[in-house]
Design a protein around this ligand. Structure first.
Ligand SMILES: Cc1cc2nc3c(=O)[nH]c(=O)nc-3n(C[C@H](O)[C@H](O)[C@H](O)COP(=O)(O)OP(=O)(O)OC[C@H]3O[C@@H](n4cnc5c(N)ncnc54)[C@H](O)[C@@H]3O)c2cc1C
Ligand code: SF4
Ligand code: SF4
Ligand code: SF4
Length: 396
């Protein structure tokens, strides 16, 4: 059975595809493409015999976290790191350029680090996620080579984007040093490529990877529901879309072809898309992108006020990540400060460590397919419960 047939049977057909795009991005024969309608890869021509690459690096079913951590950081988690993963530093910060800070979802740090790396000859291109020209309510992987392109792709999009699908194309275009931003499942695939040493060119090209914290993600149908039914805008009238426009937490804003803006609050966005959560995401146990070089998320400090300029919470994990953050700070691209560890134990933490754990446990009980993280998935998780009970103000 070819690698893709195994992928089809054990991952895609089993409801375990995260839509990360990695299989498309590594395929040496261009045998598969992303089917944007169904948000999964599909075969477009026959595979050569014995190729197994897409199956090997796929993070849908098999995610050997302890092995990936040893590979990326040279060690496994220590006491105190059980829930957020290996870390050298816990900090918060923002992009010092106010335009970049305002362009970001949180403090604009993810984009500022990419801009620093591009402007200081560390990378030739950044792999990001930006708006589709043909369908301006959809988002797709993009190659950014300058500040303007990085900032055009800033901000969170609460939909699946197969970011890693563009890795092969970036290499074909001659970019040899890449910085990648993506969700935890994108990071899993990158580390699996490094673990297998394949594809060699891709592995050699990735200079760092920035992981976004991820509570849950949604199918495109959810966004289309928000636009058409909740905001009342026909899809063919959409000229642009922002999931979190303006100051934190931002407004879900549809820009129409005749220049109008139709906006709903962040809470309304969440309420109306809750039924469109991607199935595999409900079985996801990684909230903090535990194998990224640097993880970025919202800073959920209870003192943080809505409507003021945002901060990015950061978990600096690898030496590569530490050097990047320190150098970008020294070059005044970002400002950083210490952060309280409790700030990481809210937001999506609850969804993943209880919700994700619950769904995995329930599905296992019925003998349904589940992802294997190679670590204990305990439900209920008493320590988390105690923490929430002791810090009720942290739930946000
Ligand atoms: C689906 C999703 C769920 C999230 N859940 C949480 C959460 O529970 N808790 C939390 O603290 N933070 C969460 N985040 C992360 C948070 O929203 C910010 O992205 C993060 O704090 C970085 O902010 P920034 O201003 O530094 O980044 P920015 O400067 O705004 O840059 C963000 C980068 O992420 C890329 N990106 C945006 N959306 C996607 C996507 N869907 N897939 C791949 N790449 C993307 C952009 O292209 C850009 O390069 C989530 C993000 C997403 C996309
Ligand atoms: S990576 Fe190999 S097995 Fe997978 S789709 Fe491409 S050619 Fe087929
Ligand atoms: S590599 Fe990613 S997109 Fe491809 S099948 Fe696996 S999870 Fe799905
Ligand atoms: S919830 Fe998990 S599987 Fe889904 S997009 Fe986020 S990291 Fe990927």
């Amino acid at each position: 059975m070819s690698g893709f047939n195994r992928l089809q049977k054990e991952v895609i057909g089993a409801g375990l595809c995260t839509d990360c795009g990695s299989c498309v991005g590594v395929c040496p024969s261009k045998a598969i493409v992303m089917d944007y309608e169904f948000e999964e890869p599909k075969l477009q021509k026959e595979c050569p015999p014995r190729c197994n690459l897409c199956y090997e690096i796929c993070p849908g079913k098999d995610i050997p976290i302890p092995d990936l951590e040893r590979l990326a950081f040279g060690r496994q988690r220590d006491t105190g790191e059980e829930f957020i993963g290996v870390s050298q530093d816990l900090i918060k910060g923002y992009a010092t350029d106010i335009g970049s800070r305002n362009a970001g979802s949180s403090g604009g740090v993810a984009s500022a680090l990419l801009i620093y790396a591009l402007e200081n000859d560390i990378i030739d291109a950044a792999i990001v996620s930006g708006m589709s020209k043909e369908k301006p309510w959809r988002f797709e992987p993009k190659i950014a080579i300058n500040r303007e392109q990085v900032l055009a792709a800033a901000r969170s999009k609460y939909i699946l984007i197969p970011t890693n699908a563009i890795l092969g194309e970036a290499l074909e275009k001659g970019f040899k040093r890449l910085g990648v931003v993506g969700l935890p499942c994108h990071m899993h695939a990158i580390r699996k490529m490094q673990m297998h040493g394949m594809p060699k060119k891709t592995v050699n090209s990735i200079k760092f990877c920035i992981g976004l914290m991820c509570a849950i993600n949604y199918d495109y149908r959810g966004t289309e529901h928000l636009i058409e039914e909740v905001c009342g805008v026909p899809l063919d009238q959409v000229a642009g879309l922002e999931y979190r426009a303006g100051a934190y937490p931002g407004l879900f804003t549809v820009i129409t072809r005749d220049g109008k803006e139709v906006a709903i609050t962040d809470n309304e966005r969440r309420f109306h898309t809750i039924g469109f959560q991607h199935n595999r995401c409900m079985m996801c146990y990684d909230y903090t992108a535990v194998v990224a070089d640097i993880t970025v998320g919202d800073d959920f400090d209870p003192a943080m006020k809505r409507g003021v300029a945002g901060w990015t919470a950061m978990i600096v994990r690898s030496d590569v990540g530490k050097n990047l953050v320190n150098d970008a700070q020294a070059a005044k691209y970002i400002h950083t400060e210490p952060i309280k560890k409790e700030n990481f134990f809210q937001g999506g933490f609850e969804w993943k460590k209880h919700g994700g754990a619950y769904h995995i446990t329930e599905r296992k009980r019925h003998g349904w397919p589940t992802p294997d993280y190679h670590m204990p998935i305990n439900y209920p998780v008493p320590l988390h419960r105690e923490m929430f009970l002791n810090h009720p103000h942290l739930i946000g």
